[in-house]
Each structure stands twice: as C-alpha cells, then as structure tokens.
Design a protein around this ligand. Structure first.
Ligand SMILES: [Zn+2]
Ligand SMILES: [Zn+2]
Length: 137
C-alpha cells in the first residue's frame, strides 16, 4: 500500500511543518493511503483565493478589468516587477484546473495513484527535481 504526503510538505518539510506556521498544521507528512485525501488537503490548505485582475508586467492588482485595461494603455507604461510571479506560495486557478482534470480520468483503471501524485508534482513545481518516494519518509 503506497503512502502519500502533501506535495508542499514533500518539497520543504521545514517550511511546511506545523512548527513553522499554524496554517500548515494539517500538512500531512505521510500515512495517507488515498490520493483523494491529499487532493482535499491541497484544496483546503494551499489553493489560492481567486486572484483579482492584475497587470502581467508590474503585477499591480486592480478593482476590475476596465481599470486594468486603462493601466495597460497608459502611454508612460509601468516598470516590470522584480521577481517571478510563478513563485507564488500556493496553487493558482490554472494549476488547479489541471489537477481536477487528472482526477476526472477515472475510466482508465491502470492510471495509478502514484503516477497521479507525480503528475500533480509536475503541475505544482515544474522543473523541480521529483522526489524518489511519494510519502513523507
Ligand atoms: Zn500541505
Ligand atoms: Zn503594470
């Protein structure tokens, strides 16, 4: 029986441990045998709230799309933000949609949970070295 850990915990057990922040108290280190429970945990603990419209260049956020459009059309332009917007501390809507899709492919019996766990890893942390096990060790 395979065990599954929270992907964020697996990425950085020190950062996402209960001793760092109370909000990570429920980050499971292992002992979970159903991938669906990990998915529920990701949704509750790591999914980001719906993001307001924001400028892709300076990353400022705006009340609505009209404000944003005005900002983008301003002749003087804005300065590009430092740092990568891809390093947000959580799961954005686009990533979550891909994870949902993974769980919808239930017709195929040979899609095992371990393969899915790694698939989620690649969605959440593209380019980051995959761990050798799916559990918290
Ligand atoms: Zn977690
Ligand atoms: Zn801007």
């Amino acid at each position: 029986m395979p065990y599954f850990a929270c992907h964020f915990y697996k990425l950085d057990p020190v950062k996402y441990g209960i001793w760092t922040d109370i909000k990570y108290e429920k980050c499971p280190g292992s002992r979970i045998t159903e991938l669906r429970r990990i998915k529920h945990h990701l949704e509750r603990a790591h999914k980001l709230p719906l993001a307001p419209p924001h400028c892709p260049r300076c990353l400022c956020s705006f009340q609505d799309d009209v404000d944003l459009k005005e900002h983008c059309l301003a002749p003087e332009g804005c300065k590009p933000a430092k740092g990568s917007p891809g390093l947000k501390d959580g799961i954005d809507d686009r990533q979550w949609a891909r994870i949902e899709l993974l769980f919808r492919v239930s017709g195929k019996k040979d899609v095992d949970d371990i393969a899915r766990w790694y698939e989620i890893w690649r969605i959440l942390f593209p380019g980051v070295q995959e761990p050798s096990t799916t559990c918290g060790d």
